[in-house]
Design a protein around this ligand. Structure first.
Ligand SMILES: [Cu+2]
Length: 174
């Protein structure tokens, strides 16, 4: 914990990753704590640099009226690059940060006021989880657990005040 310092904050996605993951870490250190990752209500837009298109593109196409691109960031690799200790980086093993960039095709600008949910189904197909995508500057995103290799399917449902759309895409984790 103490090794998480300024170096993390200067990394591209680091500031936000930290804030998202820290509650989980501290809770895990306390017996009986909930390891949940509550993200609602957090001001992700305040963290600059998070919108750089890093990570791996896993989808591009239409989602309802929007042009969309989905990217996945390997959080452990990201942490390693940021110079934290191997022990700290190891806490992020099996976690990916999912980002969805939605653009208004008429203006080419990031769509405003969008939110969404994604159902992630893992390789065993018997378990799925639902994550809420929260606004993080120019994208909406969430952390997803992808602990085992295989094919993951993402079913995204996106909406704004008067529009909605959905898309399904998949990613094979090696
Ligand atoms: Cu994000």
């Amino acid at each position: 914990m103490r090794t998480i310092g300024k170096s993390v904050r200067t990394s591209v996605c680091g500031a936000v990753l930290m804030l998202m993951v820290l509650p989980g870490i501290s809770a895990a250190a306390e017996p009986g704590g909930m390891g949940g990752m509550k993200m609602e209500g957090h001001d992700h837009a305040a963290h600059g640099g998070h919108d750089m298109k890093n990570g791996e593109k896993i989808f591009s196409g239409k989602v309802g009226p929007w042009t969309a691109e989905a990217r996945l960031i390997d959080m452990k690799a990201q942490m390693e690059q940021s110079g934290v200790s191997a022990k700290t980086a190891a806490r992020f093993a099996g976690k990916r940060h999912l980002m969805l960039f939605l653009t208004d095709p008429a203006t080419g600008k990031p769509a405003a006021g969008v939110s969404g949910k994604v159902v992630v189904t893992g390789p065993d197909k018997t378990s799925s989880s639902k994550v809420t995508l929260v606004v993080m500057g120019e994208h909406i995103g969430a952390d997803v657990g992808m602990p085992t290799p295989g094919k993951y399917t993402f079913k995204a449902e996106i909406e704004s005040a008067d529009k909605k759309g959905s898309a399904t895409f998949s990613y094979t984790l090696k």
